[in-house]
Design a protein around this ligand. Sequence first.
Ligand code: UD1
Ligand code: CA
Length: 447
Amino acid sequence: MSVSLVILAAGQGTRMNSDLPKVLHTLAASPLLHHAMQAGRALDPQQTVVVAGHGAEAVTKAALAYDEDAVVVLQHEQLGTAHAVAQAAAVLSDMAGDIVILYGDTPLIRPETLEALREARARHAVVVLGFHAADPGRYGRLITDGDELHRIVEFKDATPEERAITLCNSGLICAEGKLLFDLVAQVGNDNAAGEYYLPDIIGLARGRGLSAGVVLCDEAETMGVNTRAELARAESAFQARARAEALENGVTLTAPETVFFALDTVVGRDALIGPNVIFGPGVTVESGAEIRAFCHLEGCHISRGATVGPFSRLRPGAELAEDVHVGNFVEIKNAILDEGVKVGHLTYIGDANVGEFTNIGAGTVTCNYDGVMKHRTTIGKNAFIGSDTMLVAPVSVGDNAMTASGSVITQDVPAEALALARAHQTNKPGLAARLRARLVQIKASRT
Ligand code: UD1
Ligand code: CA
């Protein structure tokens, strides 16, 4: 049976104390919303609906950036979780199959847990994801009898006996779509908060003689982000999980606790990641590549056999082919480095193509920006760029060409040519000694 997702993301997140809508705060270099969407993607949803309210414009943009087929519906007033789900009815009411409800601020749900939730639908009309809370706080409590879920009571409305229950509602629910919207339409707001509670659909379903069940997951997965402190805790939980997965997948991490992954980082088997490496979004590292200590990587691809760092920065559009070497204090942006290119030290390569086996000397800069526009530098294969070459783009250097150290290259260099673009040197015999003596004399006359 097909499944669609409804992701609730209309709340303001007052306790974040922020101008940014809560679901757009960043975890592992991606908005919280993308984490929920990524978890849901494992169910191969037919349709994903995001319910937006606070900061709807920005939330819509983020939702579509992750999945251009997602549909965003607006909840103008936040009248409760059942009211939020009802906003998706118009989009999904003709869709056959199940609906899984996720929260945009609950980023650590594992795909396996969502699959278990769906499987349990074979036994129950409505399935709720629950967890045993160490400190149940203000979570909704699950009132169960063995396998059966009777109802959910919100903390605010619970009796002292009910508050003593530690089995809690994560908020995630799976039900058949038509039934879900039917039940949601019946929910009232006669409760302590005056809100339309989604959990009330359990009692309503039971009243129709339908069965409701609970699937349990680890408390760590259901962690919702409501404050900056919780965001920091979620980051640390995400990183712990990502590091463990990398090690499991055959990646060597010299100091795992110092490596920070992004939601979409891909690292191949037998890659080696040194200490203090930070992954921004959009990085792929192929098998056997080596990232040495203190590198900052985003939006780049590092091929098999390449070595990067220590202390390198790869920015969006950096493409390193096989066996490329990028060394210390080198920044690469929007540049394609073909096989075997070496950029060892203290260099900026931006908006460039570098042909195979070319060597770039220390202190080279592609001067790509004139203050208004960006320009490209093209370097052929087997070229040798002398140390401290300024390549004033747009400019090209041909195959097997060389530039002399300290050159400012403003014109294209033909293949095989040596470009020399620096002042001539003149030596003045004895002048250094005479100058030094004079300076010593001046200093003495002043004291
Ligand atoms: C909810 C559950 C509670 C559960 C807890 C788990 C209800 C009534 N209670 O409580 O049983 O233990 O989650 O974290 O559902 N939202 C909207 N529109 C609204 C209201 C909420 O989109 O009108 C969104 C929020 O942005 C958030 C999610 O729904 O992503 C949950 O809302 P929140 O107000 O945080 O619910 P809780 O009070 O935490
Ligand atoms: Ca909450």
